[in-house]
Design a binder for this molecule. Sequence first.
Ligand code: NAD
Ligand code: IPM
Ligand code: MN
Length: 360
Amino acid sequence: MNLNLAVISGDGIGPEVVREARKVLDRIAEKYGHEIHYTDLLMGGASIDVHGVPLTDETIEIAKSSDAVLMGSIGGNAATSPWYKLPADRRPEAGLLKLRKSLGLFANLRPAILYKELQDACPLRKDISDKGFDLMIMRELTGGLYFGARETKEVDGVMTAIDTLTYNENEIRRIARRAFDIAGKRRKKVCSVDKANVLDSSRLWRKVVEEVAKEYPDVELTHMLVDNCAMQLVKDPAQFDVILTENMFGDILSDEASMVTGSIGMLASASLNDSKFGLYEPSGGSAPDIAGQNIANPIATILSAAMMLRYSFDLDKEADAIEQAVSQVLAEGYRTGDIMSEGCKKVGTTEMGDLIAERV
Ligand code: NAD
Ligand code: IPM
Ligand code: MN
């Protein structure tokens, strides 16, 4: 198969972890007889430095014409980086949001899985981590607070900032259908997370999700308020199969879920449109505090590349091979610093990439 990939290495640890994912993809291509063609694109701070803006129209066009996008992460340290002296719509994050919107990537899949080898890195009580867990956060990605009308102005002499949380029923229906489709191939449970005891947008969310549930009689639907969900994720993560939620709640809950798996460096992510096109990136950020030191965990990016093979190209065998190689390397006791525990062998970013590529 011929794969035309756009690659956005980004900022901070982005280029370091993307390099390892490419290493693993190249090994897959060699072993299974595929051709991968990479086109490097600039976004975020790296694009600001060259073009003065975090995302150019040309970059959007090239990304659109590719088969899928592999991405690291963008952004810098808000306190020290000159990028954050720019107006908000020209900062690194604005580029990522514009790309998600331009490519129609409304469905964000973030699988949080506790590998049994990583139980020591899980911060939960042993009786909880003993049960293991494998849950999928389905986060709506192109609506809500991130894309609502916003304004900062003086009201009666007082500086006031407004962000609006808007969802229409069509936006809710399409992400709900995607969540039920995915749950149907898993353990057939959707937990829809909202704040329907307070927010109008959540009450509409709940109503539409209930309508969609009628199309999927074999999938069980439950509802949970978001504050309770944050608590349940550490009390009993094994209760969840698919968590369906809006943009901002999903952003926060996915970072929380990542830590329960051991580290944000383990959490992959796929952002999909209404067909098979997707952008694949780790859920975490550019980690400026550890950039350039060869200590970042590349596994989230490598597992995101596996999601790309599975969701955009239907290459299930190849995706399985990457996931098994990751499990094997962990079982052999190799760890980056973020998931290190006693008796394990500490390796850097490039070594971890090498080990996984070798075992594919
Ligand atoms: P972050 O996720 O970058 O870092 C939080 C903590 O997790 C840091 O201590 C970091 O060292 C650690 N960490 C993150 N990824 C790791 C990895 N692969 N291996 C080991 N440790 C890892 O979050 P932040 O510090 O709040 O944000 C930094 C920048 O990243 C900001 O500019 C933010 O906007 C951006 N960001 C970008 C994305 C993205 O591009 N998708 C996602 C989240 C944050
Ligand atoms: C993520 C990030 C982004 C988000 C930021 C960088 C805009 O935190 O992908 O989780 O909030 O969606
Ligand atoms: Mn986030």
